[in-house]
Design a protein around this ligand. Structure first.
Ligand code: DON
Length: 307
């Protein structure tokens, strides 16, 4: 590839601007109001260079893209053995909002699906922490990774809480099985606040670059995630980040990735890059439709497939 990176990224966006398949998520009223044509992309190398194009600085709620980072924070706060007692590491092969519990242990199969992510949020800080402490830990940790102060959007959070019956049902069952002891409403409120943290595609590239850089923030040089935790997080993201499309995704694109229902996507290439993308129309798996196509192009043009 000989085109300079910023021009190349703009070419990728222009090439997909006519791709209008999919629809904006409408089960959360505030997300249904998103401009479907927004499209932004950013890359950050592990040496700290950032390249961006399109709506790379447009804010959106992080939603499920928060899940790998909060999994990392839970391991940092409680240790991997404790986290593994509550959440597994196997792909579920099911949609993100299915219960997908392991037989016998009743652990959610992984922390990328909603059941596993609601559980991971409850592990933050430590035994006996308050809901406010867990929420603040989530927001503060994502801010350290992004190297700027991130905020929770109250309107997105309230809007999602009004239609959170399915997550509440998951939380009631998880509590019933003894996976956590937080009451279901408090558990879902904390997880929903986590999902309502506002980021940009540029932020996601920076946050992803921390994981790509073995847990060291490329801008500040600070170690923000222990090396073994970064590896564990990326392993689970590679196996389950794209839900029931995870196997196809990894064989075809080969970049560990995580998507969210507001249209955000995170990609991480260990030792190389963090990739952030935003385009709100979703495919049938709940992944950004243009985002999936853009990642396919990046993988093929820049030879990014890990295998
Ligand atoms: O729990 C939910 O339904 C949303 N807050 C997040 C789901 C999500 O982003 C799934 N991603 N593709």
């Amino acid at each position: 590839m000989h085109t300079p990176v910023p021009e190349y990224l703009q070419e990728v966006l222009d090439g997909l601007s006519g791709h209008v398949d999919g629809a904006v998520a409408d089960y959360i009223p505030e997300l249904a109001a998103a401009d479907p044509d927004r499209f932004g992309i950013a890359l950050m190398t592990t040496s700290g260079r950032v390249h961006a194009a399109g709506d790379a600085d447009a804010e959106f709620s992080i939603q499920s893209v928060s899940k790998p980072f909060i999994y990392a924070a839970a391991i940092m706060d409680r240790g991997l053995p404790r986290v593994l007692r509550s959440v597994g590491v196997e792909p579920s092969g099911e949609a993100f909002d299915e219960l997908s519990l392991e037989q016998g242990s009743h652990r959610p199969r992984n922390p990328m699906i909603n059941a596993g992510a609601i559980t991971a949020h409850q592990l933050l800080v430590g035994e006996g922490a308050t809901s406010a402490q867990r929420t603040d830990r989530a927001r503060a940790f994502l801010s350290v990774l992004a190297d700027r102060e991130l905020r929770i959007d109250e309107a997105v959070m309230q809007s999602e809480l009004e239609t959170a019956d399915r997550n509440l049902a998951l939380a009631h069952l998880l509590r019933n099985y003894g996976i956590f002891s937080t009451c279901a409403h408090e558990a879902v409120a904390g997880y929903t606040a986590q999902c309502s943290i506002m980021v940009t595609a540029r932020d996601l590239a920076v946050m992803g670059a921390c994981l790509a850089n073995d847990g060291v923030q490329p801008h500040t040089g600070n170690r923000v995630v222990p090396s073994d935790v970064a590896r564990q997080t990326l392993s689970v993201m590679a196996a389950a980040g794209m839900y029931d499309a995870a196997g196809t995704w990894f064989s075809e694109v080969g970049i560990p990735a995580k998507s969210g229902v507001s249209g955000g996507m995170l990609g991480v290439l260990p030792g190389q890059l963090g990739i952030g993308l935003f385009s709100p129309r979703l495919d049938e798996h709940g992944n950004s439709a243009r985002g999936v196509e853009a990642f396919r192009r990046l993988s093929s043009d820049m030879n990014l497939h890990l295998m």
